[in-house]
Design a protein around this ligand. Structure first.
Ligand SMILES: [Zn+2]
Ligand SMILES: [Zn+2]
Length: 143
């Protein structure tokens, strides 16, 4: 991982009184390289010498520190780096095979969402900082 990402991850861990250990760095590296959110077995497959119980414990710490975001699906959880570290995007969640794909946030869609958000804020007084959109259904393979 680049020095910038490493510094930000370490800073977020410090805020919850934790350190960037070699194992945590290895997990962050696996997630940073992944083209989409990964399930625990996939993290173990890619990360050489990582042990399941230890990876799960460290994922929980990284999640508490705001480094990792957990996407809960019906079948299992998937993990990715938090949006603040990677960039805004949405997800396609397949209910048949459990795959989660990232989709870029298209500017037209973001503009429509901003309009809808402004309306909701006007009605409720809620102040929005971000949004999350997961489209749930069947992927091309399962459809
Ligand atoms: Zn599928
Ligand atoms: Zn968006």
């Amino acid at each position: 991982m680049g020095p910038e990402l490493r510094d930000e991850v370490a800073a977020r861990l410090r805020r919850v009184q934790q350190r960037l250990t070699p194992k945590r760095a290895a997990i962050v590296e696996v997630l940073a390289q992944a083209p989409r959110p990964l399930a625990l077995p996939e993290i173990l497959e890619v990360g050489d010498g990582l042990v399941q119980s230890s990876v799960y414990r460290n994922l929980v710490v990284l999640e508490q520190a705001g480094v990792v975001h957990r996407i809960v699906t019906a079948e299992s959880a998937r993990f990715e780096l938090a949006e603040e570290l990677t960039g805004h995007h949405h997800h396609l969640i397949c209910t048949a095979c459990g795959t989660v794909e990232d989709v870029p946030a298209a500017s037209g869609l973001e503009a429509s969402i901003a309009d809808a958000v402004a309306q909701v804020e006007g009605e409720t007084g809620f102040r929005t900082s971000t949004h999350r959109i997961d489209l749930v259904g069947l992927c091309r393979r399962c459809a």
